[in-house]
Design a binder for this molecule. Structure first.
Ligand code: CA
Length: 235
């Protein structure tokens, strides 16, 4: 990211929404470029290398999910998908194709800015901590020592079941991204037969009791009902 002033590409065919988003970004001192269709979006991504892409899924010339798949062949740039409330399956396909986050239409300006801030925070975090390569993961009081396979919360060593540990590591290595149920099941359970959404929920409930005790519920892990889970980047 250049000069802590991220460049955001807005991909949206609806002119009113596009200019609302662009104006909002400009007022809040973000740099932005815009594209009204998929072809242009791909061109802009190649030529400008934006730090964040806001991508409407319903475009006139191309399915937004195709764009994500294409971009993911060569770029890990964060993609925040924008879609209508009724399109839960589209959100899931978009996340599984490699989108990082989603916003549901209609959304408020505050919601949009909050998503962008949290993405920027994660970009800064991954630049400074290079957390994907580190042996120790730290997020607030939560500490994972990957080489020793241990987890601490503050001073307390936690006792996690192997599946809880594997889910936690997967969420940590993808901090800030919404991971879908099927993504988690594929990565944690692999070919085992007992991997299904209801057992995942049971393990998540148990994991959360351990890492979010008392009134800390929701501090580290955000639930997206019907979609999946995300680890939040704690200040
Ligand atoms: Ca549209």
């Amino acid at each position: 990211m250049q000069n802590n002033n991220p460049l955001i590409l807005v991909v949206e065919d609806d002119r009113a929404i596009r200019s609302l988003i662009k104006n909002t970004l400009e007022i809040h001192s973000y740099k932005s470029v815009a594209a009204e269709n998929g072809q242009k979006a791909l061109l802009q991504i190649t030529s400008y290398h934006p730090d964040i892409v806001l991508l409407d899924l319903g475009l006139p010339d191309m399915d937004g999910i195709e764009i994500i798949k294409k971009v993911r062949q060569w770029s890990i740039c964060p993609i925040i998908v924008i879609s209508a409330r009724t399109e839960d399956n589209d959100k899931i396909s978009a996340l599984d194709a490699g989108a990082d986050d989603f916003l549901t239409k209609p959304f408020s300006v505050e919601e949009l800015l909050a998503r962008i801030r949290s993405t920027v925070r994660r970009l800064q975090y991954s630049e400074t901590e290079s957390f994907s390569r580190e042996e120790i993961f730290k997020n607030g009081e939560l500490v994972i020592d990957y080489s020793a396979a241990t987890v601490r919360l503050g001073e307390n060593q936690l006792h996690l079941m192997p599946i809880e540990y594997n889910v936690l590591c997967l969420l940590a290595r993808n901090m800030g991204r919404v991971l879908t149920y099927s993504y988690i099941l594929d990565h944690v359970w692999r070919n085992s037969l007992d991997g299904d959404v209801s057992s995942l929920r049971v393990y998540m409930a148990s994991l959360r009791k351990k890492i979010e005790p008392g009134d800390n519920r929701g501090k580290y892990i955000q639930t997206h009902i019907g979609i999946g889970y995300r680890m939040l980047c704690v200040e």
